[in-house]
Design a protein around this ligand. Structure first.
Ligand SMILES: C[S@@+](CC[C@H](N)C(=O)[O-])C[C@H]1O[C@@H](n2cnc3c(N)ncnc32)[C@H](O)[C@@H]1O
Ligand SMILES: [Zn+2]
Length: 349
């Protein structure tokens, strides 16, 4: 890596001696190991409690390993039915299997066949116990259908759609700028960075995440698509980048769940150049949500979060042109621009 965008977390220097297994700060000597060829630019003892919990319990665990499989189920009640019918089939199949086991046990008991009773209820108890340990999945089981019906009835229409927000900011960048530097914070499997239009720009990409399990999926996706990207294991609350390094700073689906969302936003703003775009998305309920939709939101979709709305009140003062769009029933996108330094050059230049 020839550029000086990286920052040593101990001394702030930007020079590293780099081998395939180790980055060593040229100023203070701090050594950062590489995992799957990606530098681990965070100090484990320094990460926040909630970030550590999410990493160890979810993203580096079963959920992270099966992220692409599990995620569509979590958002099942709010996905367009046409796109989600396969997942609805699996969900209904799982409900039917639980029902059959329950009925079998009850029939065995009433008919005096203890073997059938145990054969039905024992696996049922084990399955319900497993679900109970992941409470959000247990709650999803009973909330999915009522929430889907309620969402249907609501007829929610966004003021500005997800696609329109992206078109607004990406078209503006495409018209103005070359050689953009784009950073995706909490990139996970690089899914959003890849899918939402950022690849159409003349840009270089940097992506960071705290979870090795998630980021190796991102490494695979970008390698399969032949996209060059600097992948870094690191903490959004202490970004290992120099200030004013990026033209675009993104964060999809992670701000609300962080130990300190305000600090994450301050860090995103710090590494943004004057005039740069910040865009982040996360969970927030639309104004007209029904009781059942609220239950789904709090028990399932936003259950792992620290905050449950767009944290505009935590945005650093140097951000302007702040716009929040309720793009789906349960998601906002916030866009903002980092103020130009007094008398500074125009971002279009
Ligand atoms: C719901 S996933 C979203 C992934 C991706 N942005 C997407 O849209 O598919 C949230 C991601 O945030 C990451 N994350 C959580 N806390 C973080 C932190 N403090 N620093 C960096 N990444 C973090 C998790 O490891 C996980 O990959
Ligand atoms: Zn150093």
């Amino acid at each position: 890596v020839a550029e000086g965008k990286f920052r040593c977390l101990v001394c702030g220097a930007n020079g590293f001696a780099i081998t395939s297994t180790l980055w060593t700060c040229e100023q203070c000597g701090q050594a950062y190991p590489c995992v799957h060829g990606m530098p681990k630019l965070y100090i484990d003892a320094a990460i926040g409690q909630q970030d550590r919990r999410l990493r160890d319990k979810f993203y580096d665990g079963v959920f992270g390993n099966f992220y692409a499989f599990v995620m569509p189920f979590i958002v099942l009640p709010v996905r367009p039915a046409a796109a989600a019918w396969r997942h609805w089939s699996v969900y209904l199949g799982a409900c039917a299997a639980l029902l059959v086991l329950g009925v079998l046990g009850a029939w065995g008991l009433s008919a005096g066949h203890v073997g059938w009773a145990i054969g039905g209820w024992l696996p049922l108890a084990v399955l319900l116990g497993l679900l109970w340990r992941q409470r959000y999945l247990f709650d999803l089981m009973w909330l999915a259908i009522p929430t889907r019906l309620s969402v249907w009835r609501s007829g929610f229409k966004p003021g500005e759609t997800f696609a329109a927000v992206h078109a607004r900011v990406i078209d503006a960048l495409a018209g103005q700028r070359r050689n953009l530097r784009i950073l995706d914070v909490s990139t996970g499997s690089c899914n959003s960075l890849y899918k939402h239009g950022w690849m159409t720009l003349d840009a270089s990409y940097t992506a960071i995440d705290l979870s090795t399990t998630m980021l190796t999926q991102g490494q695979d996706l970008m390698a399969q698509r032949g996209i060059a990207v600097d992948l870094v294991l690191g903490d959004a609350l202490d970004l290992p980048f120099q200030s004013e390094s990026f033209d675009v700073v993104l964060n999809y689906g992670a701000i609300n769940g962080m130990t300190d969302p305000g600090r994450a936003l301050a860090e995103m703003s710090r590494v943004a150049k004057p005039g740069a775009l910040l865009l982040f998305l996360d969970e927030q309920m639309y104004a007209g949500a029904s009781r059942i939709e609220r239950a789904y939101f709090h028990r399932v979709l936003s259950s792992h979060n620290v905050i449950h709305h767009c944290p505009v009140e935590l945005l650093p003062a140097e951000l302007e042109d702040v716009r929040v769009a309720q793009v789906y029933e349960f998601y906002y996108i916030c866009t903002a621009r980092k103020r130009l330094a007094q008398g500074g050059a125009s971002p279009g230049g």
